[in-house]
Design a protein around this ligand. Structure first.
Ligand SMILES: [Cu+2]
Length: 162
């Protein structure tokens, strides 16, 4: 019996190692701060941070999608502050550049208002995004500072990562 217990503990340890850290983030419209639009699940993989959205009630098209620095969605998303930029680059260069670490690939929303297509963020981990926030913008993102912050504009949905 004791042997079996040991084997079980060993196996569960192996399973934990195989399935790395993960966090599910609830998102809400910034218009009222309380209307749920679903979740984004962040998981560490050997290729980077995989973000899997299960979202609804969004405008179709591509949207700027970022990790913002403050763990707050208050004041229509403005409480989240700027993009996560621990290395103080001051540059918005997208997920594959050397600027803000919080610059994610654009979020793609289908005609029916849902977003389910995962994106991979090579420079981030679950640990690095904890106690920050995730933001969806009204506009898209051209991964440059012209226009500022890739042209995302208004903050339409937000979730605190904890
Ligand atoms: Cu943003």
């Amino acid at each position: 019996m004791r042997k079996l217990l040991c084997l079980c503990l060993l196996l569960s340890g192996l399973i934990n190692a195989a399935f790395a850290a993960s966090v599910t983030i609830p998102l809400y419209l910034t218009s009222d701060g309380t209307t749920s639009i679903g979740t984004v699940t962040a998981t560490d993989t050997k290729y980077g941070l995989l973000l899997t959205p299960a979202l609804k009630d969004l405008p179709p098209g591509t949207h700027g999608f970022h990790i913002h620095v403050n763990p707050s969605c208050a004041e229509h998303g403005m409480g989240a502050g700027g993009h996560l930029d621990p290395h103080k680059t001051g540059k918005h260069l997208g997920p594959y550049g050397k600027g803000h670490l919080g610059d994610l690939p654009v979020l793609i929303v289908k005609q029916d208002g849902t977003a389910t297509l995962p994106v991979l963020v090579p420079r981030l981990t679950v640990k690095e995004i904890m106690n920050h926030s995730i933001m969806i913008h009204e506009g898209s993102d051209n991964y440059t500072d012209n226009p500022p912050m890739g042209g995302g504009g208004a903050r339409i949905a937000c979730g605190v990562i904890k």
